[in-house]
Write a protein of this length. Structure first.
Length: 315
């Protein structure tokens, strides 16, 4: 059953933002990400021209990717928030995962380009100039990025958006990258270690590649309808079995699509209880699960206990 329009008990009503309010916050977070990354591109471009630092170039490329990735994220979030329609009965949540694959490709390609640039500078080192400007730009980048990450984490917590959460993790990595650039500038200018600049750029490129891999793998798992983690499945099972009239349960299936979850299960009850009573038991279990997973759509099938079924798989 899937009667999500039925009235809920007060103690079982999920405490969450409504879809409109969540959508406004998610859109605002995507606009903030694009605006911040665009600002950083401008200041980093000027700083790179003045310093000729390849490690600073690496952060400029990273910011260019941030704009591309955040713009794709903005469009994906907008599409994912569209309500279900006749052709997409389960909504448009997987648009976030498709955007994740695009982000992974963008980020991976730029990391390879950066690796080539740093490799050339490794064999043909050149001095870094105007490091004071480089320091100032990096400090500004760190402050702006930390402010963005804090806002994104707030939005992700209130909306449970995987896209915003992933974008926040990506910008958190940027803070570490910017800190490493400050170190490389210091080693190259103050200690004369010219090789530090390309070495740090190479390290950053591998770090970016790792981030691209993580984003791509997560998007792949969501698109392939991977089950929720074992701890979530055990929690759902415990919530179902908590009802005194539920004898057993089987065929628990779960998946994630953008901010939404889909949970299916079979509940076994005494065969002689009336259909209306079995319906009430399933309703109660549904509300318990939705209270723990507010954005879940829960589908429950009632079975009389002791009836043999040809299950597709065993839990």
């Amino acid at each position: 059953m899937n009667d999500t329009t039925a009235p809920r008990e007060p103690n079982a009503r999920p405490k969450q933002l409504d879809r409109a309010a969540a959508g406004r916050l998610m859109r605002l977070a995507t606009y903030a990400a694009v605006g911040t990354a665009s600002t950083l591109i401008a200041v980093k471009f000027v700083a790179w021209l003045m310093t000729d630092s390849v490690s600073l170039l690496s952060t400029l490329i990273d910011s260019l990717l941030d704009v591309a990735a955040s713009t794709v994220n903005l469009l994906a979030v907008r599409h994912a928030l569209e309500p279900a329609d006749e052709e997409h009965r389960f909504g448009h949540g997987k648009a976030e995962s498709l955007a994740g694959l695009a982000q992974s490709a963008f980020i991976g390609g730029s990391a390879v380009f950066l690796l080539l640039q740093a490799g050339e500078r490794l064999f043909n080192p050149s001095p870094v100039h105007n490091t004071t400007i480089g320091y100032g730009v990096m400090v500004f980048s760190i402050v702006a990025t930390i402010a963005l990450v804090m806002f994104q984490k707030y939005v992700a917590k209130r909306t449970e958006s995987l896209a915003i959460s992933a974008d926040s993790a990506h910008y958190t990595m940027d803070v570490l990258v910017n800190l490493s650039v400050i170190v490389s500038l210091y080693l190259a200018s103050e200690m004369g270690w010219q090789i530090a600049d390309p070495l740090f750029a190479i390290a950053i490129s591998f770090y970016i590649l790792h981030g691209a891999y993580e984003i791509g793998i997560e998007a792949y798992h969501v698109l392939m309808d991977r089950e929720l983690p074992d701890e979530d499945r055990e929690k759902i099972r415990a919530l179902a079995m908590k009802h005194p009239q539920v004898i057993s349960m089987h065929d628990l299936r779960t998946r994630q699509s953008g901010p939404d979850m889909f949970i299916q299960m079979h509940l076994e009850m005494k065969g002689e209880i009336p259909l209306v009573e079995a319906h009430e038991v399933a309703e109660d279990v549904m509300y318990r699960v939705q209270a723990a997973y507010p954005r879940a759509e829960v589908l429950i099938h009632q079975d009389p206990a002791g009836i043999e079924e040809d299950h597709a798989f065993e839990d």
